[in-house]
Design a protein around this ligand. Structure first.
Ligand SMILES: Nc1ncnc2c1ncn2[C@@H]1O[C@H](COP(=O)(O)OP(=O)(O)OP(=O)(O)O)[C@@H](O)[C@H]1O
Ligand SMILES: [Mg+2]
Length: 352
């Protein structure tokens, strides 16, 4: 028998504009990422908002519920468990000394996680108000890749159905192409957009706003954290992730084991992506001729550490036989919100 879930949201002043009571925008961009869900809708002063795409469950108890209530956390309970989701899950996971659970894995809904659809819907609803007049909402989906084929069709359909049930005209946008929409307006949306996320890297090679080559590589931030934790004999990867996010500088020679391992797996991810890009260009027969070298823009949380751009460019140019001429390689303006912003730009142009 299905259990009835009840949302218990203790209101908090900083959450007011996050939830369904916020003013309704004309168009919405939604980045549904493995690590974070980000919305961009042009709300003045709060153009983007985000929640961690994660949750923690604990068996129901009065004591645990009091902690949640005291801290004003968003949670939901059924008769057995309480679920804390979104940004509060990081605090609650460290309070319980555990890793948070994740609705998505490697860019797609996680088939090993029974709560995945239920929780991802609750997180989306915290960020996106119900539509009033069938507004356009563009949401990000990954490109095809080693682990993303039939399951990609399912992932896109499930999310689209949910967004339609909230009253939106929902349209999927390739994540690499969203980077192009956000960052390459001055180049007539011609160039290469790359998003280095938590679950995967996504690439789109775009000509005049048309994605000609799109693909994903199932290695990125989570892969780095998991492998560094494994080679260092760490029990879980949260400590590695927090160290990486706070301290990593790829422009300095590593001085300790953790940093050395992070450099090694960063290079592994970059090499896999560059090799795949080279192969895709070599095998692509339908590329239009461009009269100028192409620009490359890098976005996503994994591209955040100091020295990332230099490392990527050095590795890209190292072998000297790249199938096309590359002009400038640069970082996106705000790598953590680029995809959401690109989806917003796409939604506004659809809505017109
Ligand atoms: N300052 C930082 N330095 C290094 N890594 C970071 C930093 N901030 C975030 N990250 C990493 O970036 C990743 C999350 O990036 P992002 O939010 O772009 O992913 P996502 O869009 O949720 O995932 P995906 O696109 O793969 O589905 C995580 O691995 C996180 O640890
Ligand atoms: Mg992403």
């Amino acid at each position: 028998m299905e259990e009835k879930n009840q949302s218990q949201t203790a209101p908090r002043s900083d959450q007011k504009s996050d939830n369904a009571s916020a003013a309704r925008p004309a168009a919405v961009g939604l980045d549904i990422g493995t690590s974070r869900i980000v919305v961009a809708d042009g709300t003045p002063g709060k153009e983007t908002r985000s929640h961690l795409n994660a949750f923690v469950s604990v068996p129901c108890s009065e004591m645990a519920e009091n902690v949640l209530k005291q801290r004003g956390m968003v949670y939901e309970r059924n008769c057995k468990n309480m679920y804390v989701y979104g940004n509060d899950s990081d605090f609650f996971a460290s309070f319980l000394d555990t890793d948070a659970r994740r609705p998505m894995h490697s860019g797609l809904l996680n088939p090993q996680e029974e709560m995945s659809q239920h929780i991802i819907q609750r997180i989306i609803e915290m960020l996106v108000p119900r539509a009033r007049r069938n507004e356009t909402l563009c949401f990000s989906v990954p490109g095809r890749g080693e682990n993303a084929n039939g399951n990609l069709v399912y992932h896109e359909a499930v999310l689209k159905n949910h967004l339609q049930s909230l009253g939106y005209k929902a349209k999927a946008i390739n994540e690499g192409q969203a980077v192009v929409f956000s960052e390459l307006q001055d180049e007539n949306f011609t160039g290469i957009g790359v998003s280095f996320g938590g679950g995967m890297c996504n690439v789109s090679v775009s000509f005049m706003s048309m994605p000609m080559i799109t693909f994903s590589v199932p290695k990125s931030g989570d892969y780095i954290d998991r492998n560094v934790a494994e080679v260092l004999g760490e029990r879980n990867s949260t400590r590695v992730r927090l160290f990486k996010e706070e301290n990593l500088d790829l422009s300095r020679a590593p001085k300790d084991d953790m940093t050395r391992a992070l450099h090694i797996f960063y290079e592994d991810v970059l090499q896999a992506l560059i090799d795949r890009l080279r192969t895709e260009f070599k095998h692509s027969s339908q590329l239009p001729k461009v009269d100028r070298p192409m620009k490359v823009v890098l976005a996503g949380g994994t591209a955040m550490p100091a020295g990332f751009l230099h490392k990527f460019e050095t590795m890209l140019r190292a072998e000297g036989d790249f199938p096309i001429e590359i002009a400038e390689v640069r970082m996106a303006k705000d790598p953590l919100t680029t995809t959401a912003n690109g989806c917003y730009i796409a939604a506004m142009s659809e809505a017109r």
